[in-house]
Design a protein around this ligand. Structure first.
Ligand code: ADP
Ligand code: UVW
Ligand code: MG
Length: 398
C-alpha cells in the first residue's frame, strides 16, 4: 500500500510515493519532478528510486504538457512503483482560507470553496487545483486529499493574524494566514525526533524559492512572516516580500494595472528583480556582479531582521532551524545569519555547518551556543501523505 503525494506548481509537478506500514508513512520509495510544464516549456522528467541513481528523460509535451506529464507519471508508477498499490493521492494546496483548517477529502464542493482563493496565491493555488482536477480525471475512483499550507497556522493568536483594518474587512477574511505549513510540520517532527528544543521558543526558516519564517511556542505556530497571500514577509526568489502599501498606490496612480502589479510582485522582484540576473541563489553566489551581491545582502538582511521580530514575539530564542533549498544548502547564508544573531548568544560550529548539505537533519551550533541551530531537509509530501493515510486508508481498514 502506498500514497502518492503531489505538489503541482506553475512550471513543475513534484511527486513522491510513500509506502505505508501499519498506517504510518515510511520514507519515499520513488520521487521526482516534471519541469517545463509552462506553455512552450521543455517537458522533462527527473526521478530516482530510494538509494538509486537519479534519472532524467526529455518528453514531447504536445498541446497539453500537464496531461502528458500525468500519462508519463502513470507509466512510471506502473513500471517503477508496481509493487505498491496506490491508495490515495495527497495534494499540497497552499491556501485553505478561513474554512479549511485541516486536510480534507476532495469533493466538488471542496474544489468550489478553494477556487476563490486563487488570487491570494496566484503562483500556486490555480495549479494546485488544476492538479487535483487532472488526477481526478486520470485516476477516477482514487481518493484525492487536499493538505493545506495554511493549516499549521490555525493556532495564530488574534493579534498576530489581524491586520489593522476595519472590522468589516477583517470579517471578510482579510487576515494573515501564513504558508509553508506542511514543511513546518515536518521540521517540527524532525526536531522532536532528534530531541531538539522543539517545545521551547523555536523559529523555523523555510528558505526556498518561496521563503518564510515561523515562530513556535509550546509546539504551536504563534507568528509567521507570510500573510494573507504568499507574497508577504521575506524576500524570495522572484517575490518582493513585505512592501510599503504606499508603493502600490504610487504604481496605481501611474496607471499600472492589477495584472502588471501582480506580475511585478510575484515574478519580477526578489532575488531575480534585484540582481537582474536570476532567482537562483546558486548562480548569485557564483556571480561577481554588484547587483547579485546586493540581492544576497538584502535577502540575508531580511532573514536576520524578521528572525529578530519573531524572537521578540517569543520573548527569546531556544532554537533556530534552517530548511528549504537555500536553508538546507547555503552554508554562507547560515554562517552570515548566525554571525548577525551573535547578540542573542548564537554560536555556529563552522565545521558542522559546512558538513550540512541537505542530506540529513543535523545540529550546527557550537557547544557554547545559547541557541540551538539545526539544518533540517524538509519533506512536505510526507506530511501530506500521512494526513491522506489518516483520512482514507485507516478508516477504510477500520
Ligand atoms: N547548493 C545551493 N546553494 C544555494 N542555494 C541553493 C542550493 N541548492 C538550491 N538552492 C536554492 O534553492 C532554491 C529552490 O528552493 P526549493 O525549496 O527547492 O524551492 P521550491 O519553492 O521550488 O520548492 C533554488 O532556487 C536555489 O536558489
Ligand atoms: C507558499 C510558497 O511560497 O510555496 P513555495 O515555497 O513552494 O513557492
Ligand atoms: Mg517550496
Amino acid at each position: 500500500m502506498g500514497i502518492l503525494a503531489v505538489n503541482a506548481g506553475s512550471s513543475t509537478l513534484k511527486f513522491a510515493v510513500y509506502p505505508l506500514r501499519d498506517g504510518v508513512v515510511q520514507s519515499a520509495l520513488l520521487s521526482g519532478s516534471f519541469e517545463g510544464l509552462e506553455p512552450q516549456g521543455q517537458l522533462r522528467l527527473g526521478w530516482a528510486k530510494a538509494g538509486g541513481r537519479a534519472q532524467q528523460r526529455e518528453l514531447a509535451a504536445g498541446a497539453d504538457p500537464f496531461a502528458q506529464a500525468l500519462v508519463s507519471l502513470s507509466e512510471l508508477l506502473e513500471t517503477e512503483g508496481a509493487a505498491l498499490r496506490i491508495e490515495a493521492v495527497a495534494h499540497r494546496v497552499v491556501h485553505g482560507g478561513a474554512q479549511y483548517r485541516q486536510s480534507v477529502l476532495v469533493t466538488p464542493q471542496v474544489l468550489k470553496d478553494l477556487q476563490p482563493l486563487c488570487p491570494l496565491a496566484p503562483l500556486h493555488q490555480p495549479h494546485n487545483l488544476d492538479g487535483i482536477r487532472a488526477f481526478m480525471r486520470v485516476l477516477p475512483g482514487l481518493p484525492q486529499v487536499a493538505c493545506f499550507d495554511t493549516a499549521f497556522h490555525a493556532s495564530l493568536p488574534e493579534v498576530e493574524y489581524s491586520f489593522a483594518l476595519p472590522k468589516s474587512l477583517r470579517d471578510e477574511g482579510v487576515r494573515r494566514y501564513g504558508f509553508h505549513g506542511l514543511s513546518y510540520q515536518f521540521i517540527q517532527g524532525e526536531l522532536r525526533r532528534l530531541g531538539a528544543h522543539s517545545e521551547g521558543r523555536l523559529v523555523m526558516a523555510h528558505l526556498g524559492n518561496g521563503s518564510s519564517l515561523c515562530a513556535v511556542s509550546e509546539g504551536r505556530s504563534v507568528a509567521t512572516t507570510m500573510g494573507f497571500s504568499a507574497v508577504e514577509g521575506l524576500m524570495m526568489g522572484s517575490r518582493c516580500g513585505a512592501l510599503d502599501a504606499g508603493v502600490l498606490l504610487y504604481l496605481m496612480e501611474h496607471g499600472w494595472t492589477h495584472d502588471r502589479i501582480q506580475k511585478l510582485l510575484y515574478k519580477e522582484s526578489g532575488l531575480l528583480g534585484v540582481s537582474g540576473l536570476t532567482a537562483d541563489m546558486r548562480r548569485l553566489r557564483g556571480s561577481d556582479s554588484p547587483e547579485a551581491q546586493l540581492a544576497i545582502d538584502l535577502y540575508t538582511h531580511r532573514v536576520v531582521r524578521e528572525t529578530g521580530a519573531l524572537t521578540a514575539c517569543l520573548g527569546g530564542l531556544d532554537a533556530l532551524a534552517f530548511s528549504g533549498g537555500i536553508g538546507e544548502h547555503d552554508v554562507q547564508l547560515r554562517a552570515d545569519v548566525a554571525a548577525r544573531l551573535a547578540w542573542l548568544g548564537v554560536r555556529i560550529d563552522a565545521q558542522a555547518n559546512a558538513r550540512a548539505t541537505g542530506t540529513e537533519a543535523m545540529a550546527i551550533h557550537a557547544s557554547d551556543s545559547a541557541v540551538q541551530l539545526w539544518v533540517v531537509p524538509t519533506d512536505e509530501g510526507r506530511v501530506a501523505a500521512q494526513d491522506a493515510a489518516r483520512l482514507v486508508v485507516l478508516p477504510a481498514n477500520g
